[in-house]
Design a protein around this ligand. Structure first.
Ligand code: MV4
Length: 511
């Protein structure tokens, strides 16, 4: 067998918080970290933190972080023997992994062949059925024509979903409640799939209702070892973007964890998966788990798993990539406590999550027992509109869910980011919401329980409280300054913006 080569320098083909996360792992392993950056990221923290940094192009991702030729050329020129793709950008691009393989650069992730299989949901599903991994009832591969679609749907039972084999993040999914609708949707879905992915490759699944998204973290090495690192509950999402992730899931006990975890490892082994990955499941209200896909990357929410296992997933990725064997048995892994992550995005949750970019003149990150912040923010930094809106991950750990929840909530209150809008107000509302507390979650959690309205109500209440405090302070002050101008000002506001009447103000003044 080939003698495994120790990695000495890693080029990080990414930016933001995940680039920093990877740089830290490099430092812990005495590996040289090499950052690349676009015009927009000249002053970004990953550039300042890395051992070396190289400019790779203009701000648009296609000219920098997605520019395969430029990244490979840089890696070779500067002597990087491995590339870590992070998440997003080139992380799930099998062509990029293949290019690395050809150029003799270690791609820190699965093989291009495994990525091709995990990227093709339909091929993947057929393999899973053969491996006795439970999948959603529906077609065994692509559905070529309307008649076939009708037959399969009748067997699976309506409503059904038409899914594109090359979709992702909810793209290319349509629902049909009956045969008539199926006929219409099938034509439109074929068209859409052809426009988006160049080919019409549709499959059909029974539509599962009232579902949770629960995923299992996986690690597989080149010696044939496969482990699962337990589950993450990711049901709280908006438009297929996860907002809050935590572990353990309130609907997973140790028996289910063991059972579904083993299925997840089997799923990964069926596609010869290597390195860190995630098996995604949908859980229906009967409590049945259905495999939907394997994500062939390190995920945004990986810290939640790190906090309850004590493992360093990026370090493990690097060790596996350089041929090392996983040095713990499944039975040795113990889930310790609970962890919660909120993805803080530079978006305005009061304005339908419109991106909010620009200078952050000042900020304060929270600290304290059980608090971890993965972020690229610093006072005076700039949030770019060219890239995704994730600016910080706030992760808490507690001995149980309640302790983690309180720590997370209080840390959210400490978090201050000036100059831009963020999703923090929404998280404050979620972290105190009854259904969240009770673990009553589903992929439509936000709409089902009116979380946006609850956030707006809370903000209005807060504004009112602040206005009252301001008026009270003003009046308090005016008592010691009984000049006519101030008295006049008081009489002009019989009702403050907060709804306080003059009468209530008077009562307050007397007390
Ligand atoms: C489903 C489904 C219901 N039934 N498949 C959306 C994205 C893709 N990863 C899978 N998705 C879904 N597939 C069947 N057969 C519902 C969803 C779905 C969803 C899944 C996970 C997390 C959030 C979601 C939000 C809406 C729909």
């Amino acid at each position: 067998m080939e003698i495994p080569k120790k990695i000495s320098a890693i080029l990080i083909a990414n930016r933001g918080e995940i680039a920093l996360r990877i740089i830290r792992a490099c430092r812990h392993m005495s590996i040289k970290s090499i950052a690349v950056y676009s015009d927009e990221d000249q002053n970004s923290l990953h550039v300042k933190f890395a051992d070396e940094c190289y400019h790779i192009g203009a701000a648009p991702p296609s000219e920098s972080y997605l520019n395969i030729d430029k990244i490979i050329e840089t890696a070779k020129k500067v002597g990087a023997d491995a590339i870590h793709p992070g998440y997003g950008f080139l992380s799930e691009n099998e062509g990029f992994a293949e290019r690395c393989e050809k150029e003799n650069i270690i791609f820190i992730g699965p093989t291009s062949k495994a990525m091709e299989l995990t990227g093709d949901k339909m091929k993947c599903k057929v393999i899973m059925k053969d491996a006795k991994v439970p999948t959603v009832p529906g077609s065994d591969g692509t559905v070529e024509n309307v008649q076939e679609a009708i037959n399969i749907s009748a067997e699976a039972g309506y409503p059904v979903l038409l899914k594109s084999a090359f979709g992702g993040g909810g793209r290319g999914i349509r629902m049909a409640s009956d045969e008539k609708q199926l006929k219409q949707e099938f034509e439109m879905a074929s068209e859409e799939s052809r426009a988006a992915f160049g080919k019409s490759a549709l499959f059909i699944e029974k539509n599962l209702e009232d579902i949770r998204h629960i995923e299992f973290q996986l690690l597989l090495d080149s010696h044939g070892n496969g482990r699962h690192l337990f589950e993450r509950e990711c049901s709280i999402q908006r438009r297929h973007q996860k907002l809050v992730e935590f572990t353990p899931s309130p609907v997973v006990d140790s028996r289910i964890r063991e059972e579904v975890g083993e299925i997840a490892v089997r799923a990964a082994q069926a596609v010869n998966y290597l390195n860190a990955g995630t098996a995604e499941f949908l859980r229906d209200k009967q409590g049945k788990f259905y495999f939907i896909e394997i994500n062939s990357r390190l995920q945004v929410e990986h810290p939640v798993t790190e906090l309850v296992t004590g493992l360093d997933l990026v370090k493990l990725q690097i060790q596996i990539a350089q041929g090392e064997e996983i040095n713990f048995r499944q039975e040795e892994l113990k889930m310790q406590g609970a962890a919660i992550e909120c993805r803080i995005n530079a978006e305005d949750p009061f304005l339908e999550f419109a991106p909010s970019v620009g200078l952050v003149p000042d900020c304060n990150l929270p600290y304290g027992p059980g608090i971890r912040v993965d972020s690229y923010l610093y006072p005076g930094c700039t949030v770019s509109g060219y890239y995704d809106s994730l600016i910080a991950k706030l992760i808490s750990w507690g001995r149980d869910f309640e302790e983690a929840r309180v720590r997370e909530r209080e840390a959210l209150k400490e978090f201050r980011i000036e100059g831009i809008s963020t999703t923090i107000p929404l998280f404050k509302t979620i972290l105190d919401e009854q259904n969240f507390l009770q673990g009553r979650l589903s992929t439509d959690y936000l709409e089902r329980y009116g979380l946006i309205q609850k956030m707006i109500d809370a903000a209005e209440k807060e504004t009112r409280k602040n206005a009252d405090a301001a008026v009270a302070a003003f009046l308090m002050h005016s008592e010691f300054n009984q000049d006519s101008k101030l008295k006049e000002a008081n009489s002009y506001s019989p009702r403050s913006s907060s709804g306080w009447t003059g009468l209530t103000l008077d009562r307050k003044r007397r007390s």
